[in-house]
Design a protein around this ligand. Structure first.
Ligand code: HEC
Length: 167
């Protein structure tokens, strides 16, 4: 190897070292920036995380309230249901007024011809007959459909429901 070649080698080697050093500094700076960005991001995420943690807490707090609301609602629903003609009908009246095979013996909900003459008696009469019981040409309509625990309003609501099914 000549001295010239040594110089070239040394220069190239120095340049390479310098380049590596520069790259290391560069990497360090980049890493530092990235790290800080990650820090920032982390902080950001943390703050979001905290928000989101708070939100679920808020949600669970709301969720905690929701059951109360649901209870409150279900109480309302229960109140509504117990006064709801549909549920009274489906719980009781349907056993006689919702069986097509019994149409010859019992006026069936939805059978307009079976109710036509009865409706002409007036709703008050139908309510009273459903509440107090009624024996007609076909047979016996038991008082309150056979459930004395039903309130008059519940029976009336069930009659209304039958009328709705029929019209
Ligand atoms: C055990 C069977 C049975 C059940 C349960 C029953 N009904 Fe009846 N219902 C009858 C029969 C039978 C008649 C027809 C009586 C007749 O006109 O001969 C009738 C008639 C009626 C009438 C017509 C009354 C009239 O003046 O023409 C209404 C209204 C009525 N039912 C409502 C209800 C309601 C509301 C319920 C539920 C709360 C109910 N029924 C449950 C058997 C039943």
């Amino acid at each position: 190897m000549s001295q010239e070649q040594d110089k070239i080698f040394f220069r190239n080697f120095s340049l390479t070292l310098a380049l590596i050093a520069a790259m290391m500094v560069g990497f360090y700076i980049i890493a530092d920036i990235v790290a800080h960005e990650e820090d920032d991001t982390n902080t950001f995420e943390n703050s979001i995380g905290a928000d989101e943690l708070t939100k679920p807490v808020g949600k669970s707090a709301i969720a905690g309230e929701e059951p109360k609301e649901e209870i409150a609602q279900s109480e309302t629903v229960v109140a509504t249901i117990s006064n709801n003609g549909e549920s009274v009908y489906n719980g009781l009246c349907v056993n006689c007024h919702g069986i097509a095979a019994l149409a010859a013996m019992i006026p069936q909900a939805g059978d307009a011809s079976a109710w036509e003459q009865r409706i002409k008696k007036g709703m008050d009469v139908l309510y009273a007959n459903a509440i107090n019981g009624y024996t007609g040409e076909l047979g016996m309509m038991p008082a309150k459909g056979g459930n004395p625990n039903l309130s008059d309003d519940e029976v009336k609501a069930a009659v209304d429901y039958i009328m709705n099914l029929t019209q």
